[in-house]
Design a protein around this ligand. Structure first.
Ligand SMILES: [Zn+2]
Length: 446
């Protein structure tokens, strides 16, 4: 905070006076005395941990690594009141071989040219209206958001497919025993509830018509992102949108590998930045994702991990890191999570993340004493997981330990690289995006 030399301004004096008011308030004092916070490591001293020791591999079963990450930045395309905001998203997938990476890490310093030789990058860019902007031919922010998402999924990619082809394959489970319909909670136009989007009624452009008002429904409406929109306050859930689209890109890459060289899948490790979960209105995507992961476990021995960089679990992991032996994983169970990480004493009917995660969480400490919070797809949600719930746990964590990047604290080399590629939030790039957006929006609107 900046202080001026001539003492507090009248407004600041007024706000200090109201602090005094709060401190004396009995209701607030009582409220605070009833609050409980997450535990520290001193509370854990006699806790009976169940650690799992990670096996070492002479011959690494993983030959390729694919990392996926996304980022966003909001740009005020008109800052004078009422402001108009759009959000730019960028997603990247980095593909490289473990052999090439080993060669680079053996050399005494990393040459930027070696890095560019090493990687194959796929990029995905998207811009979404966020506040006080509507698209041409769309009558509301909700419909503008729906159309922008639909258009993004319909764009032809350089592999000749669209994300929409993949999305249809994903939710109608066309890889295995296909399902015939998918529920849509309500029509975004007339509000009709409990619609069923039947695959056989879908048009070639992946749309349907509402049986009541005949409005166009997009297949991508099943994400439910339109439910996070308030016409005045704007679009919420930016973080949930990033998580959703990262995982749709992950599914797309898996599908392309299945189409072109399915044998590769067995030797590929997918690393996603952030947890393997869906949040907010799109959270129910965890269900088809679990079905897909289980199918891929069965047929192709899938290796997939999500790595978290921040949040309550990462803070807790750092707090207890010295209690965990090297090269071991601490598989978190419900009792532990609710007692020590996310305070909750409710009589729980369902496991942690039952309606959002298709994975289970663990804290992993490497031989070099680096700490990671990882999520691995679990075969089914369970309150008390053992290593048997996570397929390929040894080879996944063996490779996570290998990829430690000295350049970035607590980060893996490929993850740091893809993170840098998709990062839009630093100052120069958001200024460039702002100028770019302003130049390209119809001038008379500004
Ligand atoms: Zn309708």
């Amino acid at each position: 905070m900046a202080y001026s030399s001539d003492g507090p301004k009248p407004f600041e004096r007024a706000s200090k006076a109201s602090h005094g008011h709060i401190i004396k308030n009995e209701y607030l004092q009582e409220f605070l005395s009833n609050c409980e916070l997450p535990k520290t490591k001193d509370d854990l001293e006699n806790f009976d941990f169940n650690f799992y020791k990670i096996s070492e591999f002479e011959k690494n079963p993983i030959k390729n690594i694919i990392t996926i990450d996304g980022g966003s930045t909001q740009v005020a395309v008109r800052s004078r009141f009422p402001s108009s905001i759009m959000t730019f998203y960028q997603f990247g997938a980095l593909i490289f071989s473990v052999d090439d990476l080993d060669k680079i890490s053996e050399s005494p310093f990393v040459n930027p040219e070696d890095i560019s030789k090493l990687k194959e990058i796929k990029r995905f860019e998207l811009v979404l209206p966020t506040k006080n902007i509507i698209l041409k031919n769309q009558n509301s922010l909700v419909n503008s958001l729906r159309k922008a998402i639909y258009d993004f999924f319909m764009r032809k990619l350089d592999d000749g497919n669209t994300l929409m082809d993949t999305f249809k394959w994903f939710i109608y489970e066309e890889y295995g025993e296909t399902r015939e319909d998918w529920p849509l909670s309500r029509c975004p136009q007339c509000g009709l509830r409990d619609l069923s989007l039947k695959k056989k009624e879908m048009k070639s452009d992946y749309t349907f018509n509402c049986p009541s008002c005949n409005a166009v429904l997009y297949l991508t409406d099943v994400f439910g992102l339109q439910n996070s929109v308030d016409e005045e306050l704007g679009v919420g859930e930016t973080a949930a949108i990033i998580l959703l689209l990262e995982q749709m890109i992950l599914v797309h890459i898996i599908r392309i590998i299945l189409k072109t060289s399915p044998k590769l899948l067995k030797h590929t490790l997918f690393i996603k930045d952030g947890p393997l979960a869906y949040y907010g209105n799109s959270s129910r995507m965890y269900k088809p994702m679990r079905n897909l992961a289980n199918y891929l476990f069965d047929k192709y021995d899938l290796s997939l991990v999500g790595l978290e960089k921040s949040g309550a679990f990462v803070e807790h992991a750092l707090e207890i890191s010295e209690l965990i032996p090297n090269n071991s994983a601490f598989l978190l169970n419900d009792d532990y999570i609710y007692k020590y990480i996310i305070p909750n004493r409710e009589n729980r009917q369902y496991s942690y993340g039952f309606r959002t995660y298709y994975s289970g969480k663990l804290i992993f400490k490497t031989t070099e004493e680096n700490i990671y919070v990882a999520t691995l797809p679990n075969l089914e949600p369970t309150p008390n997981p053992s290593e048997k719930n996570f397929k390929n746990i040894d080879s996944i964590l063996f490779n996570v330990a290998k990829l430690k990047c000295d350049m970035y604290e607590n980060s893996l080399f490929p993850v740091a690289l893809v993170n840098k590629l998709v990062s839009l939030s630093d100052h120069p790039s958001s200024e460039i995006l702002k100028k770019f957006a302003k130049k390209n929006i119809m001038q008379n609107n500004l």
